[in-house]
Design a protein. Structure first.
Ligand SMILES: Cc1ncc(COP(=O)(O)O)c(C=O)c1O
Length: 471
C-alpha cells in the first residue's frame, strides 16, 4: 500500500468524522475570530514541502473546526443546501478521476453524465425537450449563460451578429426586470455589457411578485420591435414568492422580438412536485431558465444549471472559435459526441455532472419531489410555531422561505430588536440563519433547504429562536 493510499484512507476517515459531528456541532463554526484562524493558516510559504499527512491533519483540524455546519440539518442561512451522501461520494470520485469536462475526448463519461443529467432535468422541470443545457458554477453564471444566448438571439433577429461583432454599433436592447429581481441577475447583465443600471424596473407587490399592470406599463414605454429581454422570477430569495409567470409571459409574447428569462435558482424545483407545480404555472413557455443543484438538490458546491429552449442560440453564444489542437466538432449535431465546451462560458472545468447524476439517480422523481415538499412543510411548521409564540411572519409561506419579525415585549424598536435576535441566534449555535430587510422592515430569514432536516430539528430550532427572543 502506497503512502498515497494511506493518506486518502485517513482523509476519508476525517471527512466521515466531520460529517458524523454535523448534527451536534455549533452550527456557526468553531472560530469566532478571524485573527485566530489567520494565525492557524496564514504562514509563510515553506521553502521545502511539508509532509502531506501533516498538512491534511492540520486542514482537518483547523478547517473542520472553522467550518460552518451548512451541510447539517439546522443551517437555515441564505438558500444553502447540504450534500446528499451519494452526491458527496460522487464528488470524491470526480476528484479522483480528475476529468476535464471540456470535451468528450478529455472526459468521455463526464460528457455523457452531463447528457443524462440534462435530459432528466428537462423532463423533471417540464421544459421543452431539445433545449440546450450547460453545467456552470452557480445560478449567477447560469444567468450569464442564458442571457448571453438571449442577447445574441434578439440581436440576430434585429440583423446583428453579437458573437462576431460584439456590442459596438449594435441596436439597443431593452432589459426589464421586477423590482425584487435577485442581485446576481444584475451582475450577469453587468458582465454582458447590458448594464445593471439601465434595467427598466416593473414594480412588485407585498410578496415581491411582479405586478402585471407594472409590466404592462413598462412594456408600453418600449417601442415595438426593439430587441427585448424580460426577466421573471420563480422563487424570491426572501419570501419564496413567484412572479405570475403565465400571464407575464403572455404579455411579453405580444412583442415582436422578445426573450423571457426565468430566475429559478431554487423555485424551479417546485416543478418537481405535483403539490407545488401550480406556483410555476406557465414556466415552460419562457426562453431560458437559470437554476442550480447546490441549493435544493443538495449536491456539493458548485453546481449551476443553464437551460435555453433555442439550443442553436445557446451554442451560438457559448461555443468557442476554432482551435486547431482541440479535438472538437464546432456546430452541434455534426458529431455524435456532445462537447460540454459548447454550452458554458468555461473551457477546462470540473466534471460537475457526476454529483448531479448520483443525486438524481438515487432520489428519482419521487425523491426530488419528497425533498422539496418536506423542506416546505418544515418551513411552514417553524412559521406556525413562531407565530403561536408571538413572532410575526411577514410573508405567505408558499415555499421554503420564512421572514420573521420580533416585537420587544416591553415596547421598543422592532427593527433593532429583530437584528438583535438574529445576532443572538447566530451566537447560540443551535442553528444558523441570517437577517434581511424586507420592504423597509428588518426580518430574520429562515430557508429550509437541507435533505437531512427533520421535524425534530425544526422544533428544536424554533425553540432556540424563541429563547433568543426571550419567549
Ligand atoms: C433567486 C436567486 N437567484 C440567484 C441566486 C444566485 O445563486 P448562486 O449563488 O448559485 O449564483 C440566488 C442565491 O440565493 C437566488 O436565491
Amino acid at each position: 500500500m502506497s503512502d498515497g493510499d494511506d493518506l486518502l484512507r485517513r482523509t476519508a476517515e476525517l471527512a466521515v468524522q466531520y460529517l458524523r459531528s454535523l448534527p451536534e456541532r455549533p452550527v456557526r463554526g468553531g472560530y469566532d475570530d478571524v485573527g485566530a484562524l489567520r494565525a492557524a493558516l496564514l504562514t509563510d510559504l515553506p521553502e521545502s514541502g511539508e509532509d502531506p499527512g501533516a498538512v491534511i491533519e492540520l486542514l482537518a483540524e483547523v478547517g473542520g473546526r472553522a467550518a460552518v455546519a451548512m451541510a447539517g440539518p439546522r443551517y437555515f442561512g441564505f438558500v444553502i443546501g447540504g450534500s446528499l451522501p451519494a452526491a458527496l461520494a460522487a464528488d470524491w470520485l470526480t476528484s479522483a478521476w480528475d476529468q476535464n469536462a471540456v470535451l468528450y475526448a478529455a472526459g468521455p463519461a463526464a460528457a455523457v453524465a452531463e447528457e443524462a443529467v440534462g435530459r432528466w432535468l428537462l423532463e423533471l422541470f417540464g421544459l421543452p425537450p431539445g433545449s440546450g443545457y450547460g453545467l456552470v458554477t452557480g445560478c449567477q453564471m447560469a444567468h450569464f449563460t442564458c442571457l448571453a444566448a438571449a442577447r445574441g438571439a434578439v440581436l440576430q433577429r434585429a440583423g446583428w451578429d453579437a458573437t462576431a461583432q460584439g456590442l459596438f454599433g449594435a441596436p439597443e436592447i431593452a432589459v426589464v426586470a421586477g423590482a425584487e429581481a435577485h442581485s446576481t441577475l444584475f451582475t450577469a447583465l453587468q458582465y454582458l455589457g447590458l448594464g445593471r443600471d439601465r434595467v427598466l424596473t416593473a414594480g412588485t407587490d407585498a410578496q415581491g411578485r411582479l405586478r402585471l399592470d407594472e409590466l404592462e406599463r413598462v412594456l408600453g414605454g418600449i417601442e415595438d420591435g426593439t430587441p427585448l429581454i424580460v426577466n421573471l422570477q420563480a422563487g424570491n430569495v426572501n419570501t419564496g414568492s413567484f412572479d405570475p409567470l403565465r400571464p407575464a409571459i403572455d404579455l411579453v409574447r405580444r412583442r415582436e422580438n422578445s426573450w423571457v428569462h426565468v430566475d429559478g435558482a431554487f423555485g424551479l424545483w417546485a416543478q418537481a412536485s405535483t403539490r407545488l407545480r401550480h406556483l410555476t404555472d406557465g414556466v415552460e413557455r419562457a426562453d431560458s431558465w437559470a437554476t442550480d443543484g447546490h441549493k435544493w438538490l443538495n449536491v456539493p458546491y458548485d453546481s449551476g444549471l443553464a437551460f435555453v429552449a433555442d439550443a442553436a442560440a445557446h451554442a451560438r453564444a457559448m461555443a468557442p472559435p476554432h482551435a486547431a489542437y482541440l479535438q472538437y466538432a464546432p456546430g452541434q449535431g455534426q458529431a455524435p459526441e456532445r462537447d460540454p465546451i459548447s454550452w458554458v462560458p468555461e473551457a477546462s472545468r470540473r466534471a460537475r455532472g457526476f454529483t448531479l447524476y448520483a443525486a438524481l439517480r438515487t432520489l428519482g422523481r419521487a425523491g426530488v419531489s419528497g425533498l422539496v415538499e418536506r423542506c416546505c412543510s418544515l418551513a411552514g411548521r417553524m412559521a406556525e410555531r413562531l407565530v403561536a409564540n408571538g413572532a410575526e411572519v411577514l410573508n405567505d409561506v408558499v415555499l421554503n422561505q420564512v421572514l420573521v419579525r420580533f416585537h420587544p415585549a416591553g415596547g421598543g424598536d422592532p427593527d433593532e430588536f429583530t437584528r438583535e435576535v438574529v445576532r443572538r441566534v447566530q451566537a447560540d449555535g443551535t442553528l444558523w440563519l441570517s437577517g434581511t430587510s424586507w420592504q423597509g422592515r428588518s426580518a430574520m430569514r429562515i430557508s429550509v433547504s437541507n435533505w437531512s432536516t427533520t421535524a425534530a430539528d425544526a422544533d428544536r430550532s424554533a425553540e432556540a429562536i424563541l429563547r433568543c427572543a426571550g419567549r
